[in-house]
Design a protein around this ligand. Structure first.
Ligand code: DX5
Ligand code: ZN
Length: 216
């Protein structure tokens, strides 16, 4: 199933509650949270208070993308804030298997993110244990960047591996997705689409409905 995961990084933080409600009313399935620590990526975004506040306000699946160094340190707290999916970067984990254990032992969905230059081979032995692979289609760390074309080759290769192994792993793409490239991204094999600027810059309801329509 295709799912849309609007990234609140591009939202108007003074109107976060109403903007998230608009997305939910339009039928989006997930809500994407980009948590940045100023260490794994240069920027600092937001953390637990924002997750907790929105959990009380929405029934959307909370899709938490941790762009933080050694994310295992924070999995218990993120889970307590009500996350449904927790994604860690393979590059940021001292022990990726342990980080996945910490997510799965809380009965949450486990995602692993790969930055553009990171090869799929880091997932060879763990792919069967994870629920979602997040292929970064831009450099992690900020919204509004153009999609890096070669990352779609990685999506195509990953889709082949998943199918060959008979797995049901979701493929999420994140960064630079807009109306003009959405079809190409879906054709490459992605089924969870993160979009920040495309949803929040302009008419949120119109943008959300248009993306969802294209994803049917
Ligand atoms: C980038 C973040 C993305 C970002 C996407 O580091 O992971 O989720 O918010 O933003 P757009 O859709 O504007 O590229
Ligand atoms: Zn993200």
């Amino acid at each position: 199933m295709n799912c849309l995961s609007p990234s609140i990084l591009a939202a108007d933080f003074t109107r976060l509650g109403e903007q998230v409600a608009a997305i939910e009313n339009c039928g989006a399935q997930y809500l994407h949270f980009d948590v940045m620590d100023g260490l794994f990526v240069p920027n600092i975004s937001f953390g637990m208070p924002v997750l907790r506040s929105l959990r009380a306000h929405t029934n959307l699946m909370m899709d938490v993308h941790l762009m933080i160094q050694d994310p295992a340190r924070y999995i218990a707290q993120v889970a307590a804030c009500g996350a449904d999916i927790i994604t860690v970067h393979a590059e940021a984990c001292t022990d990726l298997n342990h980080a996945v254990d910490l997510i799965k032992e809380r009965d949450l969905l486990a995602g692993v993110a790969l930055s553009p230059a990171t090869p799929l081979s880091v997932l060879t032995y763990i792919l069967h244990r994870i629920d979602m692979v997040l292929i970064m289609t831009v450099n992690p760390g900020q919204g509004g960047q153009p999609l890096i074309p070669y990352t779609l080759d990685k999506v195509r290769d990953l889709k082949k591996i998943i199918d060959r192994k008979g797995l049901k792993t979701d493929i999420e793409v994140d960064g630079g997705i807009h109306f003009e490239n959405l079809e190409t991204v879906l054709d490459a094999g992605a089924n969870v689409i993160v979009a920040g600027s495309t949803i929040f810059h302009g008419d949120i309801e119109e943008n959300t409905s248009r993306m969802l329509e294209m994803m049917k």
